[in-house]
Design a protein around this ligand. Sequence first.
Ligand code: AMP
Length: 609
Amino acid sequence: MSTSVESFADLGLSDTLLQTLTQIGYETPSPIQAQCIPVLLEGHDLIGMAQTGTGKTAAFALPLMEQIDVKVSKPQALILTPTRELAIQVAEALQSYAKNLPGFHVLPIYGGQSYTIQLKQLSRGAHVIVGTPGRVMDHLERKTLNLDNLKTLVLDEADEMLRMGFIDDVEWILERTPEQHQTALFSATMPEQIRRVAQKYLVEPREIKIKSATATVAAIRQVYWQVSGMHKLDALTRILEVEDNFDAAIIFVRTKTATVELADKLNARGYAAAALNGDLNQQMRERVIEQLKSGALDIVIATDVAARGIDVPRVSHVVNYDIPYDTEAYVHRIGRTGRAGRTGNAILFVAPREIRMLRTIERATRQPIAPLTLPSRADVTNKRVADFKQKVVEVLAAEGLDFFANIVSQIAEEQNVGAEEVAAALAMMAQEGKPLQIAGEDPAPARPATRDDRRPGVFGERERKPGFESRGERPRFDDRNGDKPRYEDRPRREDRPARPAPSGDMVRYRIDVGREHGVEVRDIVGAIANEAGIESRFIGRIGLYEESSTVELPAGMPAEAANALKRTRIRGVPINIRQDEGRPGGSFGGERKFDGERGGFKKKKFGDR
Ligand code: AMP
C-alpha cells in the first residue's frame, strides 16, 4: 500500500465514526482516505485526483459528517454528482456512515424523480443533499433548496460532469453558495476547464493525487471479468471450477465483514475456505496460512493488510473480487501467486464504473489485462464430465473391482437391462450434491468495456439534460379521464398491495431481466414507475421468469417514457424492453409517433433555461 497510515484512528476522526467504521468492517484507510481526511478535517479546500474504486467517497464523506450539527435541520453539505446512480450510491454510503448518528438525514435528489416527493423530503429537512446538477439547480431556482447553512460543498467526479455537459450548471450553483464554506473537488483527470473552476472557486486548495507508480509484475496471467448479468459469487464459482491448474486461491475483498461472508458462502458451496482479516490474532492468522499450505484449505478470503507477505507456493490463483484501491495494492495482491517459479493467475472483477481503474492498472503495470469470457453452463458441464471420467478411469485401474462387477451383473440380470444402463444409474448416483449438468441459463455476454460503461446500476443512466423534464412537463398519457392510465412523475412505491386490474388497453412487453438476476416484481415496478413516470397502479400484470419477465403497460406510451425505458437497467442489467411477440396492439413507445415532437420539445426546453 502506498501509505504508512495503518489506522483510521490516526486521522483525527471522532470516536463515533471510528466505531462505525469498525462496525461496517473497514480495516484500514485507503491511500486517498489517509491523505484527504486530515486535510479536510483541518478545514482546507481540496483537489483530490482519484477515481471510483479508490475509496474517495469515504475520503470526503467522513470529514464532512464531522461538521454536521444534527440539531440543525438544514442542508449543511451539498455533494454534486454527475449521475443519479452515483447520487444514490453516495447517499447510501453516507447513510451507512451515519449508523451511530441518530437523526442524521441525507437526501439524494436527481432528475427523473418526482418533484412532489422531493419537495416533501426537502421540507422535512436534510443535513446533506447529494444531487445531480440539473435538479439541484432547479430546486435552487424554485427556492425549495436553501444553502444558507452550507459548510461543505463537494464536486464528485468533476471531469464526468464536464464531459456530460453539466459544468455550466455546476458553476451556476457555485456562484449561489454562501462565501464561507469548504470546497472539495474530486476528479479522475484534470482537464483545463476543471482546473479553471478549481482556481476560481476553491481557496488555496491542497492537491492530493493517488500515485500510480509503474511497477513490473511477474509473469502472471492476468484477466478481468466485467461484472454483468450474474452475481459475483456465481461467476466466481463458475470461473474457479473451469480454471485449468486450479490448486489454491487467495480472494481479495475490501472489508473484514466481506471476508467472513464470502468464506461462509463458499463453504456452503463445498469449498474449503476461510477468512483472513485483521481481527485474527497472529496465531490464528498463521494457522490459516498453514492450512492453506497443507491443503486443508483451498481458498482464503483476505483483506489487503491481512494478506501482506503471504508466501504459499500452491496459490495458483489470486482473485480480486473487489478491485484494489490503487495499482500498488494490485501489484502486491497478485504477487501472492506465481511463487517459487510456478505459473500464477490473477483474475480481476471490474464493475462497469471501475473500468477506469482497470485501465490505470494496465498502464501502471505496462501489461494488458485480457477480458475473460465467463464459462458457459456447457463449459462447466464439460469440465465436470471430464473430471468425472478421470475419476472413473483411476478407479478402473485399481484392484478389487470384481466384487462390484458382480453386483452390476446381478442388477443387469435381475432387471433385464444392459450393464451400460446400470452404469448410467450409478453415474447418476455418483453426482451426489454436485450435478454434472448445471441448471439455469447463461447470462447474455457483456459488451466489451468502454469508457461509457462507468455509470451503470439500478437506474444506470445519465441524468437527462437539466430542464428536460424538470418542470412537470413530462408528457402525460391521456389524463382526461381520472381513471385512465397516466404517464407522469409519481413516487416510487416499494411495497405495493395487490395490483388492481388496470383499465384501458394494455400492451405486453418483454424485458431481459428475471429471477436469475435477483430481480423481484417490486424492482420492475419501481424502475418502470420511476423511469417512465407511470403511476405504479397502472402497471399491469408482471410475469417473472428465470431469465426474462413480461410487464403490461398502458397502450400509447409517449416517446419520452419509451426512450427512458429503453435506457433503463434493473439491478445493473439493461432491460432491453420490447413488445412481447404475438400480442396485437401498440408498438413500443410510439416512437415514430412522438419522435419529431420530442426533438422540438427538447430544444425548446433547453432554450428556456
Ligand atoms: P469508492 O471508491 O468511494 O466508490 O469506494 C469503493 C468501495 O470501497 C465502496 O464499496 C466502499 O464501501 C469501499 N471502501 C471504501 N473505503 C474503504 C475502507 N477503508 N475499507 C474497506 N472498504 C472501503
